[in-house]
Design a protein around this ligand. Structure first.
Ligand SMILES: *Cc1c(COP(=O)(O)O)cnc(C)c1O
Length: 493
């Protein structure tokens, strides 16, 4: 008896009797708390068992199943095989580690159930408030606006769409890109995130419209190269329109010289967009905030609360200095969504600031965690991750078997196992093997990349659970596995 069958009345998804549901829900909550409490004791990641994998090939269910059975299956097949980013030794790619308050918020948001397309209700007011808190965190002026979106990729796309419309010189919403008198050009460093390419392509300009500006030895955009590229494009009859500066590149964490790029943007009348998915929130971290001065000069900023605020996925934020041009890029009010002087529709529609109509209640998970801990705690955690990256770099620097392969500016460390005498492909294979064994042993999750044309391993510490001892263990295991692989009779080729 799970309380769900409801004899007689019309059908609904609600249970006939809520009491058994309450008991099961309490158990799910207990399991969830244990799951996070014990996260350190589990492997970071493990391969899904074959029998378990088969569960995901099961056909469309026809017959009902008690919720307790459904939950048991989820516990065994899903909860047992996470990606691992909530684990203290997960440092792959770039993502936050989540937090329990945010998970509670996601649950409550679903129960409360509001549609953040807009309307006159509390969740919509909170959505505006959280956007404004993001504005305050990065030091944008009063009057700037923005929107909560799925993540950084969407935040960058929305900002670039606004920028393009402002700089097009024609009514591009009405006439489309085919009517542009000159091709527009976007500039970003050769270290910019791949989402900018997708955005420029989706906006109809083509990949060639995104010029990759060279970076210097510090992997920051070469500002002289930016100036020359702009001059070259003007001379060739193209219209330089938007420069995308990156505050924290995904490869190495390099922060472009925001002030110098802002000066070029002013001089050349370019829209300055800052991709701050990694670094914009450094503005709240007292020991490191100086690294992102200049943020406040942007026309638009993309940031990612699901990275360094550790909001459960998905939560990104786009901020635009001039709220009116943001709205002008998307607002379309059909007759069935007109606002009314009173009642439920007595508020501006939030869906006028982006592409989604129905929007989820993303604000609550950011709001609750910020309220609980206060913004300063998040700033300290960012400083802590940056200090941990320094610590790891020091351990690597004194370990003869390892070497750093890029400057450590914020929380990303690139390094490799060294093996004198090995050719580059064999060295790459050896390092990949170390990375895969670390994953398969469940010890740590890191990823790899190419910097200065050299393959290396990469640790990105955006994790409030990481401790220094975890990083010491990583170094120890890299050395141990490196030796183990080197000594195997049939070395990796
Ligand atoms: C993560 C990241 C993105 C993409 O953000 P998502 O939230 O993954 O969509 C864009 N730019 C940079 C620099 C990033 O680190």
């Amino acid at each position: 008896m799970d309380g769900w069958r409801n004899a007689g009345a019309e059908e609904t998804l609600d249970p006939g009797d809520w009491e058994p549901v309450r008991a099961l829900s309490h158990r799910i909550m207990d399991d969830a708390i244990d799951h996070l409490r014990d996260v350190r004791d589990r492997p970071v990641w493990r391969e899904i068992r074959r029998g378990v994998r088969a569960a995901f090939d099961a056909p469309l269910p026809r017959a009902p199943l008690p919720l307790a059975d459904v939950y048991r299956e989820v516990a065994e097949t899903v909860m047992a095989y996470p990606m691992g980013n909530v684990h203290p030794r997960f440092w792959s790619w770039y993502m936050g580690a989540g937090n329990f308050t945010g998970a509670l918020a996601d649950f409550l948001a679903a129960v409360q159930g509001s549609n953040l397309g807009g309307g006159n209700h509390a969740a919509a007011s909170m959505d505006r408030q959280v956007v404004d808190w993001c504005r305050q965190m990065v030091g944008f002026p009063v009057g700037a606006g923005g929107s909560l979106v799925s993540g950084g990729s969407m935040a960058n796309l929305i900002a670039l769409a606004v920028a393009r419309n402002v700089k097009a010189g024609i009514d591009v919403r009405e006439q489309g890109v085919a009517a542009l008198p000159q091709p527009l050009v976007f500039y970003a460093s050769d270290q910019a995130h791949s989402c900018h390419r997708k955005a420029v392509e989706a906006l109809g300009h083509g990949n060639q419209a995104l010029r990759r500006v060279a970076t210097g030895a510090d992997l920051r955009m070469d500002v002289d190269a930016l100036r020359s590229a702009v001059a070259e494009d003007r001379a060739a009859g193209r219209l330089p329109a938007v420069v995308i500066a990156t505050a924290g590149t995904v490869n190495t964490g390099a922060v472009d010289d925001l002030r110098a790029i802002a000066d070029v943007a002013v001089a050349e009348e370019l829209w300055l967009h800052i991709d701050g998915c990694i670094g914009a929130l450094i503005a709240i971290a007292p020991a490191n905030a100086h690294r992102v001065t200049g943020l406040e000069r942007a026309d638009s900023i993309a940031l990612d609360p699901h990275k360094w605020l550790h909001a459960p996925f998905e939560a990104g934020c786009v901020l635009v200095r001039d709220q009116a041009v943001h709205r002008a890029a998307f607002a379309v009010t059909p007759e069935y969504l007109e606002t009314t002087p009173r009642g439920l529709a007595a508020a501006e529609w939030l869906y006028d600031y982006g592409l989604q109509t129905t929007r989820g209640f993303r604000a609550l998970k950011i709001w609750m965690a910020l309220k609980q801990h206060g913004v300063e705690a998040f700033g300290r955690l960012i400083d802590q991750n940056i200090a941990q990256a320094r610590y790891l770099a020091e351990l690597i620097a004194v370990e003869p078997a390892l070497e750093l392969t890029a400057p450590v500016e914020i929380n990303i460390v690139c390094f490799r196992y060294r093996a004198d005498g090995l050719a580059r492909p064999a060295l790459k294979a050896l390092n990949i093997e170390i990375m895969l064994r670390l994953q398969e042993q469940g010890t740590a999750a890191l990823s790899d990349t190419t910097v200065y044309d050299e393959h290396c391993l990469r640790v990105a510490i955006a994790n409030h659970r990481t401790r220094r001892e975890d990083l010491a263990l990583l170094v120890q295991e890299c050395v141990r596995i490196g030796r183990e692989v080197s000594e195997e009779p049939c070395p990796v080729s």
